[in-house]
Each structure stands twice: as C-alpha cells, then as structure tokens.
Design a protein around this ligand. Sequence first.
Ligand SMILES: Nc1ncnc2c1ncn2[C@@H]1O[C@H](COP(=O)(O)OP(=O)(O)O)[C@@H](O)[C@H]1O
Ligand SMILES: [Mg+2]
Length: 269
Amino acid sequence: MSQSPTTTRIIGIASGKGGVGKTTVAVNLALALSRQNLRVGLLDADLGLANSQILLGVNAPLNVSHVFEGSKSVTDVAVETSHGLLLIPGASGNQSLANITSVQATSLIDQVLQSYPELDVLLIDSAAGLSSANMSFLDTCDLRLLVMQDEPASIADVYGLIKLESRKDRLKNLYLLPNRVTSAANGKALFDKMNLVCMKFLEQPVSYLASILQDELLSKVTRKRETVIEHYPTSPAAKNFLNLAHALLSELGESSATATRQEPQQEQV
Ligand SMILES: Nc1ncnc2c1ncn2[C@@H]1O[C@H](COP(=O)(O)OP(=O)(O)O)[C@@H](O)[C@H]1O
Ligand SMILES: [Mg+2]
C-alpha cells in the first residue's frame, strides 16, 4: 500500500465497448497536453490489444508484460518518444495479461509514479470492458474520460460502466467524451441524452468537456507515421484535441480547488 507523494495527475481513457477511439483519444490528448509544456506519460494499459505505439510510430522492444513477469522494471520498458512523450508500452495478444489482478494493476501505477515523479500528467489508455484490472486502473485516476459513439452498442456499454462507477459513488470525476460526431452540437446532444438517463436512473449527473469530430485524417496520418497534432495542427481533429487539453487542464485546476474547499464539510457528515 505505498502511497507516493506525487503531484502527477492521472487521467484515464476508458470505454464500455472496443473500437470507439480510446487509443486515438489517449495518443492525441497526450500530444496536445505536451504542447502545453507539460511532462506527459502515456501508459498503454490495454494488455490484450495494445496499439498506442503504432499510433505514435514507436518501436517498443519491451512492454509491461515484462514488468508483470518480473524480468524488467518500468524504466527498462519505457520509451522516450520523438514527440517528447514518455510511453510505457502495452502488450499485444497476451491473453494472460488481459486478466491481471487489481493488485498488479495498482502496483504498476505505483511503479510508474515512483519511477517518474516529474510527470505532470499520466494518461492511461485502458482496455474496453469491465474487468477488475480495468476497473482498478480507473480507480487510480483523478479524472476519467469515457469515450463513446452515437450508436446503440456503445451507448449501452458505456451506461454499464457508468452504472458500475455510480455504485462506488465515483461519478464526480467521470466525463463522457462523444467521439466521431458529425458536429459539436450533435456531440453535446448525445451527452445531454446520456446525462438525462443517469439523472433519472442513477440520480447522479455525469460531466462533459468536449466532443471529437469524425475526421478521416486520423486514420490517414497513422498510415503515414504522422500525427494530426504535429503535422496538421489546424485540422478539425487537431483543434478538437488541443481544445480538449485546455478544457481538461482548467477542470483539473478547478477540481483540486473544489476538493480542498469541500474537505471540512465532508467531515461534518
Ligand atoms: N474521431 C475519429 N474520426 C475518424 N476515425 C476515428 C476517430 N476516432 C477513432 N477513429 C478510428 O476508429 C478506429 C478505432 O479507434 P481506436 O482508437 O483504435 O479505438 P479503441 O482504442 O477504443 O479500440 C481507428 O481506425 C481510428 O482511426
Ligand atoms: Mg485501443
């Protein structure tokens, strides 16, 4: 139970269903945040289908599977990317790792925080679904972004995740992030619809920062080993992620102030 005295803010990127854009969001948000002169780490915690390194065009010989096996430390497997990010690569196609315990998940985060105390932000690109390891990664986060799309399976699966978090009374730092939307207004409307359902059935609201537009450039750049933030900074996708980074940072500043302000009140209950 080591609690490191760290100032690193941990942001989790999660979803109920796979393929909705978690890795796309995690990688581009990491790049957008590092543009704000922040020291950013990206932990690829998708232990079955890791692909942050592919989006970043990074060759990663080692990954977290070697840390879990005990043969390597976090510093052995971490890679400094040419974009200025610290990437802790995930493992692909390793079925046993997809089922690591909550203790292993929490201990990995501890190791990252202790090895890199200078990190301002640690982004966690998590796997889809509700496994206990996944939920443990999310429990360590100061703020969680739930990526979703406007389609029935994604809506149903994200609601499942919200419901699980609501039982832990953790909806306060849970933000829905509609992805691949056709307009900002449609993204906000999707959030409003979800929020109404949460208010009605869970009696708690979820939060909103921004939406990400559908932009074909996002898959095109990966094939060319480029990123929208670096190579197409004025594209709709790049602007979306830069705005999201701004919104997130002001929210983090705000939420730490709120947490400090609320402390005495909570003790009276
Ligand atoms: N906003 C977007 N616009 C266009 N394509 C997107 C967008 N977000 C994600 N994609 C595409 O969707 C696919 C799945 O995205 P990915 O980030 O790998 O999802 P996940 O990590 O949730 O499995 C990828 O081909 C990616 O390029
Ligand atoms: Mg992914």
